[in-house]
Every structure is written in structure tokens, then in C-alpha cells.
Ligand binder design. Structure first.
Ligand code: 0A1
Ligand code: ZN
Length: 884
């Protein structure tokens, strides 16, 4: 995706072709410049002669003028790093084509033609993992967003939909399994050890959904009867040794298929659904039509090697990719500015699915935690962009938490405003109206207006304005009337200095202090800059519970006494709001402590309130452990930094650790009791057992802050007794932060046990890179030299360096060493895998919000990267924007 050297112009017309010298800065692509492509390509036949080092591709395109577009005598076929070996039009070889950057410009005089082009590629040399590449002896493809142009010349844009017929031939020994989209229509033996297969996908699709896989794979097979009684064959393809770990993926797939029928009325539309797991993959997974390709991380699981979190993530990602079959494939995107149309909607769909599978409150809390720790910082930093961006240089950089997670929140707000039934009418209309089309975000909004009966005129601002709105909530009380005043402010973001107020749906309840009850939850629309609402019947000032269920992706500043938060943390009947109150209590305290500072009295009061709330959480018999665990999680350091205008990560870390230590000393007995109780629960995947495992390790990590030596023994015992990865990894995570002999022993043991399993060895790298150990930087430096480390595998790179960049005390070391390590990595990785390299830029881009010393060090590293010759477009764009 990253190395698409010649971007398509949005209109596909040769407007960049006027022989200008290669611009230094990659061109800016603008949403407003969109024009339909002058040609239709109703059919394409692809013929692959497969080889790891040389694959020959013959593409035969049927093209016809697009009556809905401006006419052009030339067709621009995007290419990236390709040379045509031959070009034929209507069966005649031609040589009147030219190259514009990587694109092939072919004159076409008539109304309709057949264009045949031969190219040859070397999959084994493809370290970018875009297009056709080799992974572990197998061949596979990744085409979203602009990878197809690395395979053959084609209008590589999502609004050109074609029917694909694919023939592939290769060595049977090397590639016993040959897969592509749709249905296998023929197969046979070739000369010598060669064999071939032919695939046909009856559904027109854009090139980004094309896929091919050839390799030595085995399948777990099953089937699913759809709601109209069609039998669909299901396969999860993996390497033979991984077959025993595919059961959970298959179960997740069947659950997803059933849920999408029941919840969104969506039925699968082919007789076959294939999933392939591949060890080298830039992202999580890819929704290619009928042939999803997955990172092994999101397929393989058993209790011995995968944590409860891994099981949940697999279920969620399988669902996400499957749901794309409708939200993305049957209705696709007109252009990449509309990416959130498929991604935001599909994330919402997978979140609702996981809520139904795992429990609503816990899932919601986890989703909001991700939004706050990843998307909020993005939205307040130099890379902020609306969920429908206006421009980009490299689309790979826009697969962001804003497009995905904020995009989901925006559609979730529509659902909240409409109610689930009306929302379903809106989605039904959307699918009906746009089936088979390449649609826009505006199409979605319009279908919601027409189908769900909403007026979204002002709500559209959520698509065009970046930035997390800040909402202040003040309750005043007079007589028996409580008055709530809400004010909103949307902060300036790059390119958007002034903002309009946006419609914000806020679920709220007002609690009576005595009875801890409320008169019902209400949905209040804050639709201007300010709103005042009077509530009668309150003899005393009520306690405000606001943004319940996180009904809007905003940051709430409620000006309430601390005891109100303690009250809500213990008694709110909305589990999400309860966890919010707990979070706010801790955030308020830590931000003050790490910011302007607290005197002893204030510190004591703040801590006592947190202690009281946490004690209630640890001992509340009405809570199940999964929820108890959520309530025990303290706000992360990135989120805390986000609450401060200028953050000192060193102080934040020290204050947070010292609070943990104090809580552990105050609540040591309760924490040890929880650990002991949870340790006696036998392993199973049911809710109670999972909850027990969750609170067990959370208790351990708090205890470690208070009494490192004793806890090292407890953690070592947990490690030794573990019969599952959740307990083992949890124990090792705690041990990894404690300088002790047990740490070294167990790290060695872990490596020896799992050295044959790359996904578990990834955990081993991560645990050390994210540890609280004072020498974490040195450990990462040493691990970089480990024989199992490679820059060629994105999972391994992320395991070491994303974990490190997310480890505040190490990454933000006052010496600047952490920043230097990440900058060195970016420079080294950029020529190998630019897409992955560029993903390491945002942590450095937070410099503006840091205290001056660190800010200067971070900026200097960004400048060092910017000065490097031959940066990829991906990294160049991210670094330039980050320097601002
Ligand atoms: N559409 C996929 C995400 C994806 C995007 C780009 C990729 O290139 C390496 C891969 C996957 C999804 O949302 O799951
Ligand atoms: Zn997706």
C-alpha cells in the first residue's frame, strides 16, 4: 500500500501526466477533485503463472466508455514498480503506450476494447507486503488500498467494479492449494508436477478486494446453513502444525454469520467462504470477497498459547471481516475519502456483535478505553483529521483510530438517536439502495434520514469537523429545581481553526442522594453551543450521571464535588457510568498531582476517596469479576497526559506508580484475598472463570507496586501453576517489571517452552518491551539483536517496538534515548516496510503537548527523520504533518 509511487488522481484523468518533473513533495489528493473514471471495466481475466521469485501475470480487461464520466482518449492504468512485457488491444500488440510515473497511459480510440497486458513480478522480493508476496513459502496478496497496481496495470480505485475470473498454475508440490475469490469452477493437472485452478467471482468488485493464495495449507472445514437454507462451505486454511488452533476462529465465523442475519438481516452470498492465516501481514486482516486473509494473530488460539484477550480479539476480527461482506463489499466506497463508510460502520457492527457475545458493559468500557487512549490523542494532535478527510498524500496513513473508532461512534450516535429498530430500517434502506454500488458517507447519512426518520442536517458536521468536543456540565439547585447547564466547545485542529457546535446526544440521569435512585434515564440533545434544562422535584441537589454508555464521543468536564464521583463509582446503576466515575476520580487526582502539584492535605483527601471507591469495588458481592476487573483498571498514562495542556510524562508515571503502591498497602489484604479466591477457580472459558483470571492478574500488578519482593514470589507461583496463557502471561508481565531472580528464570522458561510458536514469542518480546523494569530500554536494545528478531515480520516489529513506544517510562526517558530508538527504527524499517514504519511516527508527533525538554528531543528526532534522503511517501507525510 505504502509504495504506490504514482497515486491515482481522483478522476483517473491524466492531469498529473503533463510531463512535469517529479515533484519533491508527493501530490496532495483532494476529496473535492473526485471525478468518475472515464472507463468501465466490467470484466477482468487474470492468468497467473506462479513462482516465488517470478510470477507472470496476464490481465485481460474488457473496457467500455463510461457514459457518466468525461470522455478521454487515453486510459490510465495504475501501476507501481511494474514494466509491461506486452500490451495488446483487441488482440493486436501495440506500442503507442507511455508511462506516467508508474502508470501506463494507453490510447483507446473506440467505445469498447479488450486490453491484454503481461507483467512479471518477484513476490520473494516484496518486503512491503503489498500486492503479491511470499510468506513462509506461500504466495498471498494484499490489495487494499493500492496494492493491486503492484500486480498488474489497472484502474486501481474503488469505484471501478469488475467481475473477476482467475486462472493460476504452478508447482503442485510447492503450491498444493490454489485459492482466489468466489467459487472454484475448474481445476486440472498441467505438465510435470504442475497443476492449475480457475476461480470465478460472480459479484462485481473493486480491485482492492481481489485475493489470491497459493501454498501448502490445510483446512478446518465446516458449513453454515443460511437463513434462506443455502449451505455455505467454510474453511480456515493454515499450515498443518497450526490446525489444532483453528476451532475458535471457526466457531467465531459461524456465530458472526448467524448474528448478521438476525441483527442486520444480512445473508452470505456465495457457496464458499475461505479464511487464510498468514504470518507476515501488515494489518489485522482483510475482507477480500469470499477469501479473507488474516494475520495468524487473529486466527490461531488455544488455552495454552492464547490469552482471554486473544480469544476475544479473534472473535471480534473474524466478525469484522465477515461483516464487511455487506458493509464494504456489496456496498463499497466511491473513493478512499469515504473509508469510514465501510470501516466505521463495520467497527460498530463488530462492537455490537461482541457486546452480544461477551456482555454489553464490559465491551463498551473496553471500546471506550481504546478510543480514549488512541483516538483522543490523535484528534488533539498534529495528525487530527475528520472521519471523512478532505485530503491525503498516502491513503495508508488514514487507516486510523479516527476513521475506524470515531467513525463507529458517529454511527452509534445515529443509532442512539433513532433507537435500534429505526436504525435497522435505516441500514436496511442503505443496503437496499446501494447494493452493488460504490457509495459515499453522504449516501449513508441520507439513507439514515430516509429510513430511520432522523433529521441529520446539522449532524453531518461530525463527518467534516475533526477534534474531540469538550462538554462542560454544571448542575445548580434552587428550591426543588435542579438546573443543568451544558456547554460545548470543539477545539481547533490542523486546517480547521474555527468550529461549529455539533449535535451531541447525551444520556443522563439525576440521582437522589438518599435513595440512590433516579427517575429514569433521558436522552438530551445538546444541539447548540449551550443548553440549560430544568428538572423539578429535587429537594436536594441531585448527583449527575452523564454520557451514560458513552452516548457521545466527547470529553466531559463535570464540575462536581469529589464525593459525587465516589457515590457514582459505588452506586450508579449504569455499569459504564460507574466505571466512568471511578476513572474520573483517579484522573482528577493524578492530573492535579502531576500538574500543579498537591499539598499533603489535598493528596491525602484525593487518595482516601479513591481508596474508598476501590475498596467498594473489590468487595462488592453484586459485581461479577469481569466487571470488577474493568473497574480496577487505572487510567493509562497516555490518557492522563492527554488531560494536561503540557505533560511531564516522568511526573505522571511517578504519581501513578506511587498511587498504586499506596493503594496496594492500604488494600493489600483485599487484593491478596481476591488473588487467592481467583486462583482456586479452574480454567474454563466461561464468564466467571475468565473474570477470575482477569482480577487475579490485576490484583497482582497492584500488589507488585506495594510490595515488589513478596509479589515476585506470588507472581512466580502463578506462573508455575498456570495451565493457560492468560495466567502465565499475566504473571510474567508482573515479573518482567520486578528486578529479581524469578524474573530471569521465568523469562528463560517462557522462551524455551514456546520458541517454536512465533505468536507466543511475540508476547515474550512485548512483555519485556512494555515492562516497568527500570532497564527496559536496555532490554529492548538487547532484544533488537536477538536471533529471533527481524524487521521483515510486522508482528515481530510491533511486538518489540509498539510495545516499547506504548511504555511511557521507557519511551519518554528524560535522556531522549527512547525517542532516538524509535526514530532509528523508522529509518531502518522505512525502505523495507514503509507502511509499518510510518505507524511509529505518531508517538513522536505528540511533542507539542510535552514539557519543553522532551518536546525539543522529540522534535529533533522528527527533523532527523525528515532530513533522510528517499523517505517513503508514507513516512514523509506523517513526519511532515507531525512537525506541522
Ligand atoms: N480493510 C481491512 C484493513 C486493512 C487495510 C489495509 C491493509 O493493508 C495491509 C490490510 C487490511 C480491515 O478493516 O480489516
Ligand atoms: Zn475493516
Amino acid at each position: 500500500m505504502d509504495i504506490a509511487r504514482t497515486p491515482s488522481t481522483p478522476d483517473g484523468n491524466p492531469q498529473l501526466a503533463d510531463a512535469a518533473p517529479e515533484p519533491k513533495e508527493p501530490p496532495l489528493i483532494r476529496r473535492e477533485d473526485y471525478r468518475p473514471f472515464p472507463w468501465l471495466v466490467p470484466e477482468i481475466a487474470l492468468d497467473f503463472d506462479l513462482g516465488l521469485e517470478a510470477t507472470r501475470v496476464t490481465a485481460t480487461l474488457t473496457v467500455a466508455r463510461n457514459a457518466r464520466a468525461d470522455a478521454s482518449q487515453i486510459i490510465r492504468l495504475n501501476g507501481d514498480g511494474l514494466q509491461p512485457l506486452s500490451v495488446a488491444v483487441d488482440g493486436e500488440l501495440v506500442n503507442d503506450w507511455t508511462m506516467d510515473g508508474g502508470d501506463l497511459m494507453l490510447p483507446l480510440p473506440g467505445e469498447a476494447h479488450e486490453v491484454a497486458i503481461v507483467t512479471e513480478i518477484d513476490p520473494s522480493a516484496n518486503s512491503q507486503l503489498m500486492g503479491l508476496y511470499a510468506s513462509n513459502g506461500m504466495l498471498c496478496t494484499q490489495c487494499e488500498a493500492e496494492g493491486f497496481r503492484r500486480i498488474t496495470f489497472f484502474p486501481d480505485r474503488p469505484d471501478v467494479l469488475s467481475i473477476y475470473r482467475v486462472r493460476m498454475e504452478g508447482s503442485k508440490a510447492q503450491f498444493p492449494v490454489l485459492l482466489s475469490n468466489g467459487n472454484k469452477v475448474a481445476e486440472g493437472e498441467g505438465e510435470g508436477d504442475r497443476h492449475w485452478a480457475e476461480w470465478h467471482d460472480p459479484w462485481p468488485k473493486p480491485s482492492y478486494l481481489f485475493a489470491l493464495v497459493a501454498g501448502d495449507l490445510v483446512a478446518r472445514s465446516d458449513s453454515f446453513a443460511t437463513m434462506s437454507g443455502r449451505e455455505v462451505a467454510l474453511n480456515v486454511w493454515v499450515r498443518a502444525e497450526d490446525l489444532p488452533r483453528t476451532g475458535h476462529a471457526m466457531e467465531s465465523l459461524k456465530k458472526s454469520m448467524k448474528w448478521d442475519e438476525e441483527t442486520f438481516g444480512r445473508e452470505y452470498d456465495l457457496d464458499l467462504f475461505n479464511i487464510v492465516a498468514v504470518g507476515d501481514f501488515n494489518m489485522g486482516a482483510m475482507e477480500n470477497k469470499g477469501l479473507n486473509v488474516f494475520n495468524t494473530k487473529y486466527v490461531l488460539a488455544d488455552p495454552e498459547t492464547a490469552t482471554d484477550g486473544d480469544f476475544d480479539a479473534i472473535e471480534g476480527v473474524i466478525a469484522h471481516e465477515y461483516f464487511h461482506n455487506w458493509s464494504g463489499n456489496r456496498v463499497t466506497c466511491r473513493d478512499w475519502f469515504q473509508l469510514s463508510l465501510k470501516e466505521g460502520f463495520t467497527v460498530l457492527r463488530d462492537q455490537l456483535f461482541s457486546q452480544d457475545m461477551q456482555g454489553e458493559a464490559v465491551k463498551r468500557i473496553e471500546d471506550v478505553r481504546v478510543l480514549r487512549s488512541v483516538q483522543f490523542p490523535e484528534d488533539s494532535g498534529p495528525l487530527a483529521h475528520p472521519i471523512r478527510p478532505d485530503s491525503f498524500r498516502e491513503i495508508s496513513n488514514f487507516y486510523t483510530a479516527t476513521i475506524y473508532n470515531k467513525g463507529a461512534e458517529v454511527i452509534r450516535m445515529m443509532r442512539t438517536m433513532a433507537g435500534p429498530q429505526a436504525f435497522r430500517q435505516g441500514t436496511d434502506l442503505y443496503f437496499d439502495r446501494h447494493d452493488g454500488e460504490a457509495a459515499t458517507c453522504e449516501d449513508f447519512v441520507k439513507a439514515m434520514e430516509d429510513g430511520a426518520g432522523l433529521d441529520l442536517a446539522k449532524f453531518r458536521l461530525w463527518y467534516s469537523q475533526a477534534g474531540t468536543p469538550k462538554v462542560s456540565a454544571v448542575v445548580s439547585h434552587d428550591g426543588d429545581v435542579a438546573t443543568l447547564t451544558l456547554r460545548q466547545q470543539v477545539p481547533p485542529t490542523p486546517g480547521q481553526p474555527a468550529k461549529h457546535p455539533m449535535p451531541i446526544p447525551l444520556k443522563l440521569a439525576l440521582f437522589d442522594r438518599e435513595s440512590a435512585t433516579h427517575g429514569g434515564e433521558r436522552l438530551v440533545m445538546l444541539d447548540g453551543a449551550e443548553k440549560t434544562i430544568a428538572f423539578e422535584g429535587f429537594a436536594q441537589p441531585p448527583v449527575l450521571s452523564i454520557n451514560r454508555g458513552f452516548s457521545a464521543p466527547v470529553s466531559i468536564e463535570r464540575h462536581v464535588p469529589r464525593e459525587d464521583l465516589v457515590f457514582l463509582a459505588a452506586r450508579d446503576d449504569d455499569a459504564f457510568a460507574r466505571s466512568e466515575a471511578m476513572q474520573e476520580l483517579v484522573v482528577g487526582h493524578l492530573v492535579a498531582a502531576a500538574g500543579e502539584g498537591l499539598d499533603e492535605g489535598e493528596r491525602g483527601e484525593g487518595r482516601a476517596a479513591i481508596r474508598e471507591a476501590l475498596a467498594a469495588i473489590l468487595t462488592d458481592p453484586a459485581l461479577d469479576d469481569l466487571m470488577r476487573g474493568e473497574l480496577m483498571v487505572l487510567p493509562g498514562e497516555t490518557y492522563l497526559a492527554e488531560q494536561m495542556l503540557v505533560a511531564d510524562p516522568g511526573r505522571i508515571h511517578a504519581e501513578r506508580e506511587s498511587l498504586k503502591a499506596w493503594l496496594a498497602s492500604e488494600l493489600g489484604r483485599e487484593l491478596r484475598d481476591i488473588h487467592a479466591r481467583a486462583s482456586s477457580v479452574p480454567y474454563s472459558l466461561d464468564r466467571d472463570a475468565r473474570g477470575a483470571r482477569k482480577v487475579k492478574t490485576l490484583a497482582l500488578s497492584l500488589l507488585a507496586a506495594g510490595d515488589p519482593e513478596q509479589t515476585a514470589d506470588l507472581a512466580a507461583d502463578q506462573y508455575d501453576a498456570a495451565d493457560n496463557m492468560t495466567d502465565r502471561q499475566g504473571a510474567l508481565m508482573v515479573l518482567a517489571g520486578l528486578p529479581s531472580a524469578a524474573r530471569t528464570d521465568r523469562l528463560i522458561d517462557f522462551y524455551r517452552r514456546y520458541r517454536e510458536n512465533p505468536l507466543v514469542i511475540d508476547k515474550w518480546f512485548s512483555l519485556q518491551a512494555m515492562s516497568l523494569h527500570p532497564d527496559a530500554i536496555e532490554h529492548v536494545r538487547a532484544l533488537r539483536q536477538h536471533e529471533d528478531f527481524t524487521l521483515r515480520n510486522p508482528n515481530r516489529v510491533r511486538a518489540l517496538y509498539m510495545a516499547f513506544a506504548g511504555n511511557p517510562h521507557a519511551f519518554h526517558a528524560a535522556s531522549g534515548e527512547g525517542y532516538r530508538m524509535i526514530a532509528d527504527l523508522i529509518l531502518e524499517l522505512d525502505p523495507i516496510n514503509a507502511q509499518t514504519a510510518a505507524r511509529f511516527v505518531p508517538p513522536l508527533g505528540r511533542w507539542r503537548r510535552m514539557e519543553p525538554g522532551r518536546a525539543a528531543l522529540m522534535r529533533a528526532e522528527l527533523e532527523r527523520i525528515a532530513a533522510a534522503p528517499q523517505l517513503s511517501r508514507d513516512t514523509h507525510e506523517q513526519v511532515t504533518r507531525s512537525l506541522g
